[in-house]
Write a protein that binds this ligand. Structure first.
Ligand code: SF4
Length: 329
């Protein structure tokens, strides 16, 4: 498989005056060309920081403390972590990587016609305005909006439609990687379904090559992801082929996550991840050893002393847990 994006040993911390929040701590992973990766974890697990990392969107107080991020562009890898945010933005945002932010439906200024954003995009990339406006109309149609709505103000559309308008504009330059951060969380069930169809349609048509879909909702991920990356307290605890993971989750946290979501009892389902006993880890002073250790029903002595590495335990399955490593004996 061809790798599109590589993250090596990255640590991204929020450096505040009073404390340092270790939001993403020593993570390494790859995103392939032509795949959908679902990123799941409870709030505060580092999901959104991970998306900022992929994007090199390091705005104070967030800082890349260590590690590297590489993006393949024109057949070769460029180390985007060695560039300034401005350079990454100018050279790669929109054309290679694009993000649908968490509050995408509010990302557009209510008093600016949507066509204005397209004109700006054309100017900043030296593209003919008329050509891009025409492409935007077509893209509006593709995402289920009327082409003439491009000239409307965002407030004239419903939330779900605005969300799709953002997707249409964000993908105008056919980016290779689309990062969608909780895109369905503010939508009703009908609009959620439409949005997933729109994203998958863009991928099927090759408009975007790969998608990173960040969510706390496993039910959504199950429908669209090829692989699933599970985060806990700033660490990747499991990264596996979706089918294999659904069949048999390996990490105790993933197991707890699945049990809470796949249970037939609606009120347990609604409480979701929080059904796993114990409180989420403190990221200023994370627990020693394995960060899940205070909540893990299988914790052993070694789990308090050493940190389990994320290793491949079988084909397409990486897990960070001593239950699957020789070291426990
Ligand atoms: Fe549980 Fe230990 Fe595995 Fe961590 S390493 S998940 S504490 S068994």
């Amino acid at each position: 498989k061809d790798v599109l994006l590589k993250v090596e040993n990255a640590r991204a911390y929020y450096v505040l005056e009073q404390a340092t929040v270790k939001a993403v701590d020593s993570v390494s992973f790859e995103i392939y060309e032509d795949e959908v990766v679902g990123i799941v974890g409870e709030s505060g697990s580092g999901k959104t920081t991970l998306s900022n990392l992929v994007f090199m969107n390091m705005l104070k107080p967030l800082r890349l403390i260590d590690g590297k991020v590489f993006l393949k562009t024109d057949g070769k890898f460029e180390e985007i972590s060695a560039m300034s945010r401005d350079e990454v933005k100018r050279r790669f945002w929109g054309s290679d990587i694009t993000i649908i932010p968490q509050s995408a439906m509010n990302a557009l200024m209510p008093t600016i016609r949507m066509s204005k954003y397209v004109e700006h995009l054309a100017q900043s990339h030296g593209i003919d305005e008329k050509e891009l406006l025409k492409k935007a109309e077509e893209r509006f149609e593709q995402v289920g909006l009327k082409p003439e709505w491009l000239r409307r103000y965002p407030f004239e559309l419903s939330g779900g439609m605005r969300q799709r308008a953002v997707i249409a504009i964000a993908t105008l330059l056919n980016p290779k990687l689309l990062v969608a951060d909780e895109p369905t969380s503010a939508l009703d069930v009908v609009n959620q379904k439409v949005l997933l169809q729109v994203l998958m349609d863009l991928k099927r048509k090759g408009i975007v090559k790969s998608i990173m879909f960040i969510t706390h909702d496993i039910a959504t991920i199950r429908q669209i992801a090829d692989r699933m990356l599970v985060m806990y307290a700033g660490k990747i605890v499991e990264f596996s082929n979706m089918e294999k993971m659904l069949e048999k989750p390996l990490h105790p946290y993933t197991k707890g996550l699945f049990e809470s979501v796949l249970t037939p009892e609606p009120e347990v389902r609604e409480r979701g991840i929080s059904v796993i006993p114990g409180a989420p880890a403190n990221l200023i002073n994370p627990p020693s050893g394995c960060r899940f250790q205070p909540r893990c029903p299988h914790a052993m002595e070694i789990c308090k002393q050493k940190e389990p590495k994320l290793i491949e335990v079988e084909k397409d399955r990486q897990v960070a847990c001593f239950l699957f490593q020789e070291e426990r004996v």
